[in-house]
Design a protein around this ligand. Structure first.
Ligand code: AMP
Length: 424
């Protein structure tokens, strides 16, 4: 009997893994170049932690279970909550800002489709301990820099402000819990349900007009900001627009192209300030490849309140976006195949392989193939060089190096093998 993968999961074959590892490397190097350092948290957390603050949509899709001692646990659906738990447990007393990054798998029991999986990967950063606009702007710029370094062309950055929305709701007397519900409906684009809820919460005509007016604002910076200012004249939410603008001024120093969309609400409960999403339009329904913003979690999780912001790339979707745009031929192949011409030379071939590995990736032929077959194997696998170990050459302290592309063969000294990688 054969077994198949659980629904919504994937196997990754070597070529795909090579592409994934390359993209991962670019992400890690970019995060590290800004001083972010990697952390790792458990694959499962207490259900209470995840359920408390993730937001309705995520809680609905949790993989949750009880362990043998009856503890309620959940596989992590994202990483911001675990990272903040770790921060409160381990790093609260450290000098600020604290810059953390992660690259991990996450689990959501969603209906699988292109770009939506039950196991998927997130790569993200969290900046903890500063609320200065240059910090928030830097976080957004890092996400864009990663995509530019990867050579992705067709993507759009959209920036909004949950801070403005929350201020309007607070001024309208809406409690925190209800704010979450409203933001959730905004995120889902459920306008009718939103209007019904606003009615139920008795949000007055004027407050409703302002909220809906703000939600509809999207497009170019100058226009959106001036319309928002007009709508919020004389209201506390105006202060949020000023904060928002100062972030954008810093962002303008690094990122040339973006749109504002004050209707972005994000699906997670903890966002509190500027928020952003990046879309790769070629991906259709699952086009959101990155999401992030400023959030308040430390206080809610029992720590000291501290400003925080961050983002997560949907790593799998970044891969899909890149592959939709260009061919990604990442070289992960072996460089040298070592073939002894007879079994009696196997021991020498083992030793020679070890020497070659000091500067190049090298495979010893483990099938005891005859030379002709070994060469055919190297050809079919795209291994560019073969080192042939023969008695006569060995007696002279040499081996034969064959260039598979040209068919050219030459003898090289054993003493040169250690640095062969530099010559290939
Ligand atoms: P979120 O934690 O919901 O803000 O998601 C962050 C990013 O993870 C999104 O922008 C998506 O790119 C990605 N993502 C979320 N859910 C899935 C999923 N089921 N499969 C693949 N990627 C996902």
């Amino acid at each position: 009997m054969q077994f198949s993968r659980p629904r919504g999961t994937r196997d990754f074959l070597p070529e795909e893994m090579a592409r994934r590892r390359y993209v991962e490397k670019v992400m890690r190097e970019t995060f590290e170049s800004y001083g972010y350092r990697e952390i790792q948290t458990p694959v499962f957390e207490s259900l209470e932690l995840i359920a408390a603050k993730s937001g309705e949509d995520i809680v609905k899709h949790l993989y949750s279970f009880k362990d043998k001692s009856g503890r309620s646990l959940a596989l992590r659906p994202e990483l911001t909550l675990p990272v903040m738990r770790l921060y409160i447990n381990e790093l609260q007393r450290k000098p600020k800002p604290i810059k953390l990054y992660y690259f991990e798998n996450c689990f959501r029991y969603e209906e699988p489709q292109a770009g939506r999986y039950r196991e998927f990967w997130q790569a993200g950063i969290e900046l903890i301990g500063t609320s200065y606009p240059e910090g928030e702007a830097e976080v957004i710029a890092i996400a864009v820099e990663v995509l530019e370094k990867l050579g992705l062309k067709d993507f759009e950055l959209h920036i909004g402000s949950i801070g403005i929305l929350r201020k309007i709701l607070r001024e309208s007397g809406v409690k925190e819990k209800e704010q979450g519900k409203i933001l959730h409906l905004i995120d889902k684009g459920e306008r009718e349900k939103l209007e019904n809820l606003l009615k139920k919460l008795k949000i007055s005509g004027e407050n409703k007009r302002i909220l809906l007016g703000i939600l509809n604002l999207s497009g170019e910076k100058k226009e959106v900001v001036s319309k928002a200012r007009e709508l919020l004249k004389g209201r506390a939410a105006l202060e949020e627009i000023e904060k928002f603008e100062s972030i954008l001024r810093f962002l303008d120093l690094k990122v040339q192209k973006y749109s504002l969309n004050l209707g972005i609400a994000r699906g997670l409960d903890y966002y509190s300030g500027t928020v952003f999403e990046i879309y790769a339009n070629r991906l259709g329904a699952q086009k959101q490849i990155c999401g992030g913003g400023a959030y308040s979690l430390a206080g809610m999780l029992g720590g000291e309140e501290t400003p925080t912001c961050g983002f997560a790339f949907g790593f799998d979707r970044v891969m899909l976006a890149l592959e939709a745009e260009k061919e990604m031929n990442i070289d992960s192949k072996t460089h040298v195949l070592v073939v002894p011409v007879s079994e009696s030379l196997l021991g020498d071939a083992v030793k020679i392989s070890s020497i070659i590995r000091k500067s190049a990736s090298c495979e010893l032929d483990l099938m005891r193939r005859k030379l002709g077959r070994a060469l055919a194997y190297a050809n079919s696998e795209g291994i560019p060089f073969v080192v042939i170990v023969g008695d006569e050459e060995l007696a002279k302290g040499c081996v034969t190096l064959r260039d598979m592309k040209t068919g050219e063969q030459k003898e090289i000294k054993l003493s040169e093998l250690e640095r062969i990688g530099e010559k290939l």
